[in-house]
Design a protein around this ligand. Structure first.
Ligand code: URA
Length: 243
């Protein structure tokens, strides 16, 4: 693939801008300075290059995790709080998709005050699969509740509670009290404000909410709020297969 095409596919601007970056000597590939925008490289995942000193790794599709901080919205056009997309570097926001600049998209949404693990990708099929009710990817939430958590609440959450808009009860796949005011809840579906509404349905109230895990993928302890990182191929594969 031509070097300008590689840069374009990774979100470094239009083909013309990318050609200019190469011609001005701003690009290295595998440590070597480049000056020919049409030079051919094998576009394999892992090809290392730099653009204006920024190191980047070629990935045909981008899969990343973000530690979402409180006070951010999972929308491209937020109404009140800053968008989570401002926490990502420009190339991830500018990756072209079918000719349009779309960048990576969040897989599902967390409320503005919820923290924790959020996945983003530009792979439409992966978004569809992860969001499909058939796929049942378990998501683990750490809940801090206003009132003490008791065994009755835990068993109701496991047995199923009715939310106002739907007569079919929703149940936690797993639920355990982890302290007097804290509990760990696993859900395999993602209805609007689901954890908050489930807690309200058992007479409690969510004070703080944190997503610690999606499927086999746990939020790493060393990924600070606001930070992102690439997913390893094995992590993507585990999310795909549920193993
Ligand atoms: N459930 C909620 O109520 N809020 C979230 O952000 C995620 C799950």
């Amino acid at each position: 693939m031509q070097l300008q095409e590689i840069l374009y596919s990774q979100g470094f601007g239009t083909r013309r801008v990318c050609a200019g970056l190469v011609q001005q000597g701003y690009v290295t590939v595998q440590g070597r300075a480049q000056d020919d925008a049409f030079a051919d490289f094998e576009a394999v995942d892992g090809l290392a290059f730099t653009v204006q000193g920024t190191p980047w790794i070629y990935q045909a599709k981008a899969y990343v995790m973000l530690h979402k901080p409180a006070g951010t919205e999972c929308s491209q056009k937020p109404s009140t709080y800053p968008s989570i997309y401002t926490l990502l570097p420009a190339p991830l926001r500018q990756r072209p998709n079918k000719g349009a600049v779309q960048g990576v998209q969040a897989i599902g949404r967390l409320d503005q005050d919820t923290t924790g693990l959020l996945l983003l990708t530009d792979d439409g099929q992966f978004i569809h699969r992860m969001g499909s009710p058939k796929h049942h990817v378990p998501k683990v939430y750490e809940v801090t509740a206003k009132h003490p958590v008791d065994a009755g609440q835990v068993s109701k959450l496991l047995a199923g509670v009715v939310l106002d808009d739907d007569p079919k009860p929703v149940r936690a796949a797993a639920c355990e009290a982890t302290g007097e005011h804290t509990l760990r809840l696993t859900l395999t579906e993602g209805k609007y404000h689901q954890v908050k509404r489930m807690l309200a349905a058992v007479g409690n109230r969510v004070e703080a909410l944190h997503r610690s895990r999606i499927g086999e993928l746990a939020l790493p302890a060393d990924l600070a709020p606001g930070q992102w990182r690439w997913l390893a191929p094995a992590e993507v594969q585990a999310l795909r297969t549920g193993k």
